[in-house]
Design a protein around this ligand. Structure first.
Ligand code: UDP
Length: 334
């Protein structure tokens, strides 16, 4: 089945925009109704682009884009990018963000995760090739697996268990990087690869199972805070607006090798639990320890030298500020 996305069929107001003829950049964002995708839709709209958001709503939700839907330059197309996709008219950018990204989600949907990383990336690259558009792949720190090198630099090849529970995501993204580089080298497609480290902020799903929504929900509801293992494993949390800024800058370069984007401020999971408990005044929550999931990476922290040098980028939102903003969001949805 080919999903055909015609120029005229989505929002009556787009017709007048398109009459400006080529002056407005058209950006396709797969996974645009997801957490990061919806922030990208917002950013490209505010930068004046026409944005075509493609999402099958497996883990994304229309609520994330409800505030954009009436904008003349925005269209939502419900479509699974693992099926071929066609879009009428010119396209300037294809940003491929469609994929379950929380371990709980990709354990629940391992085959759609493998398909969107492989077939979905192939289809999104095919669209970029057909339109001579720039392509940006949302890759992940998971390509490094449970890393034996710390912090992780882009030239590290990783330590991944292909047959473990996380393999469906890690290997899909590794394949996605490989096919992106093949389209770049063989077809000359202008490609970019961003390796995204743990990112947080408003519009994360309350129940997506990741550490930050879990801890915030638990603290707000006075439930036990579930620390897996001893809580001495580390992560480094980047606020979503910082990530989006880095992505926009990377898209505007001509750099085709992968670039890490993340916040190098490393913290243990136990420390994160304590910070969140301290933030939620009056919470009755206390910490409980549960089994550590298989292949859970022990340490994770991006080396962002490449992004700093190439993009003049580094995160500007401290965790204290980002956590407060995110908590306000979760308060409103809990
Ligand atoms: N984690 C935890 N309690 C939870 C959820 C996650 O201790 O309720 C831990 C998890 O074991 C991992 C870290 O928090 O070490 C980050 O997990 P997350 O699911 O957010 O994503 P990951 O970084 O592993 O992809």
């Amino acid at each position: 089945m080919v999903g055909t996305i015609a120029n005229s069929s989505f929002h009556p107001a787009t017709a007048s925009i398109q009459m400006l003829g080529g002056l407005i950049l058209r950006t396709v964002i797969t996974g645009g109704a997801g957490f990061i995708g919806s922030h990208l839709c917002e950013r490209f709209l505010s930068d004046g682009h026409e944005v075509i958001c493609v999402d099958n709503l497996l883990t994304g939700t229309p609520r994330n884009i409800a505030h954009l839907i009436d904008q003349a330059r925005f269209r939502f197309v419900q479509h699974n990018v693992s099926e071929p996709i066609e879009i009428d008219g010119p396209v300037d950018h294809v940003l491929h963000f469609a994929s379950p990204a929380s371990p709980v989600d990709y354990l629940t949907h391992p085959i759609p995760t493998l398909k969107v990383g492989s077939l979905g990336t192939h289809n999104a690259l095919g669209l970029a090739k057909a339109k001579d558009a720039r392509f940006l792949l949302a890759s992940t720190s998971e390509v490094y697996g449970d890393p034996e090198v710390h912090p992780q630099r882009e030239d590290y090849w990783g330590h991944v268990n292909p047959i473990g529970p996380r393999g469906c995501y890690d290997e899909a993204k590794r394949f996605a990087e490989a096919i992106t580089m093949a389209y770049h080298r063989y077809h000359g497609v202008k490609t970019r690869i961003v390796r995204i480290f743990n990112t947080y902020g408003p519009r994360m799903r309350l129940n997506d199972g990741r550490v930050l929504p879990n801890f915030m929900k638990q603290a707000l509801l006075g439930q036990p805070i579930t620390v897996y293992g001893r809580g001495d494993q580390t992560r480094s949390f980047c606020y979503v607006s910082d990530l989006v800024e880095g992505i926009v800058r990377l898209l505007n370069t001509d750099y085709s090798d992968p670039v890490n984007l993340g916040n190098p401020a490393e913290i243990t999971v136990l420390e994160l639990a304590q910070e969140i408990i301290a933030l939620v005044e009056g919470t009755q929550s206390s910490i409980v320890y549960e089994e550590l999931p298989q292949d859970d990476p022990k340490r994770r922290k991006p080396d962002i030298t490449r992004a700093q040098t190439l993009l003049g980028w580094q995160p500007v939102i401290d965790r204290a500020v980002g956590l407060k903003r995110t908590l306000e969001y979760f308060r409103s949805v809990v």
